[in-house]
Ligand binder design. Structure first.
Ligand code: FES
Length: 105
């Protein structure tokens, strides 16, 4: 499935990822800036925060409770905020667009 990462300055990169990978890992593997993922996906850093494109928010689903708690530590959050380490790539999400917040630029 193809996932598009858009930086706050508008730079966009689309990569083809294997299903099951997290959106965060896909960014790290492809050297996408704006996603530092300091904790490596343990849900304890919030440096993998992204805004899911509004067209995709429903499909990507809402954050679970622990994720929502961690998101309180992220800057520039919105109702479309997710931790990208908690979004799994799947065929359903083919075409997903996520934006990295300016604070992570
Ligand atoms: Fe640390 Fe997602 S990588 S919370």
């Amino acid at each position: 499935p193809k996932i598009t990462y858009v930086e706050h300055d508008g730079t966009s990169r689309t990569v083809d990822l294997e299903p099951g990978l997290s959106v965060m890992k896909g960014a790290i593997r492809n050297n996408i800036p704006g996603i530092d993922a300091e904790c490596g996906g343990q849900m304890s850093c919030a440096t993998c925060h992204v805004h899911v494109d509004r067209e995709w928010t429903a499909k990507a689903g809402p954050p679970r409770e622990a994720e929502r708690t961690m998101l309180e530590f992220a800057d520039d959050t919105s109702e479309h905020s997710r931790l990208s380490c908690q979004i799994r790539v799947s065929d359903e999400l083919d075409g997903l667009i996520v934006r990295t917040p300016e604070s992570q630029g």
